[in-house]
Design a protein around this ligand. Sequence first.
Ligand code: SF4
Ligand code: SF4
Length: 445
Amino acid sequence: MQTSFTLAQLADPDVAESEKILRSCVHCGFCTATCPTYVLTGDELDGPRGRIYLIKDMLEGDRPASAVVARHIDRCLSCLACMTTCPSGVHYMHLVDYARRRIAETFRRPLVDRLLRRLLVEVLPHPGPFRLSLRLSRLARPFAGLLPGRLRTLMALAPRAIPRASPVDRPQVFAAEGPRRLRAALLSGCAQQVLKPGINEATIRLLTRHGVEVVVARGAGCCGSLVHHLGEEERALAAARANVAAWWREIEGEGLDAIVANASGCGTTLKDYGFMLRKDPAWAAKAARVSALARDVTEVMAEMGLKPCVAPRPLRVAYHSACSMQHGQKLDRAPRALLAAAGFELAEIPEGHLCCGSAGTYNILQPQLAGPLRDRKIANIRATGATAVAAGNIGCIQQLEAGLGIPILHTVELLDWATGGPRPPALGDPPQTIRTPREPGPSGA
Ligand code: SF4
Ligand code: SF4
């Protein structure tokens, strides 16, 4: 694609990076076919190629973002299906991340939109305030019908039961069982530890059982992706720096072989820290090292191999490959192979490349598109006849849980169970064996 930037514009490294990406696009349009929002609306501007043109126009013209640009970029899920499809290697992720930042800096949103985004930015990445807001939302639930559209959606997504905070999320070290094979930091995250604390617990059990010493480092917290995708660059970089600093102390201390994420949305962002902090001389090299160490938990387990499984489990599992896993990190086979090795029967979900509509805060901000995507995903899952669903991203689990009709679990919960951990609570009680009363013997015993 031809571009026409001035030398002065190209002196800005972000514009120069964007220009490089824009020039790699040959506007063939292959990506439109796999873009979930284009599939839903059929509007070119709701597809990657149309969005790329909008971004090009905004950047070349050095203009503030228009309402049209904001509308169509906001409607992008950042699912990155377009990057998987693109034959020219267009790095759409970095382009749209920069576009979101330009929109945040130059476009004035309607008041309600601004307030809702502020609420999400201030609350979601912080476990304490997030837990408190969930408790308050329970009190407000009887009045949910009176709330305006997106606040009602927000309320509907809040879980009815709020689990207690898990002690595993405090800074500490979990010793490996048996000889230590690896030393890894676990990103304990933000929203996930509030909504499903059992996921970090299962991850720690699974890793330590396989010889990993697991560190929950003091000072590490939210990866920054929630605010990053809302265009809040400074907050995202602050979160990245805090995590890099926390893990750098470990790297310089006892050393780290891996930095493990068990939410693929977070893992994609960790792997991008090197790029995000590339312009900051104080942090660039450390961030690049952290990105090089970042692994999804299933990558680590695939490298180490599963212990012999306790017993085959009679579950037919549909593996939902989160976009950030399959498109963001190009990880699709490892989680499936682990589940199969653990004795689960796998079911293939049709249209597996399409997003479920979760996409960070997308299901709150764009419910009119997120809802149909969720319904489509649920219909595709039901068509498999599966008895449970596994996924490696908390956003997808929350998005699909209500209305699915079968349990949805994190992949590590199933792997933990199969290798000796407890039965995941989402599966409910095991089916009772029905005993036939014994015929009384001659002695009446
Ligand atoms: S598939 Fe790639 S090269 Fe073709 S239009 Fe889409 S982004 Fe551009
Ligand atoms: S990231 Fe997803 S929603 Fe956005 S343009 Fe690419 S395929 Fe479409």
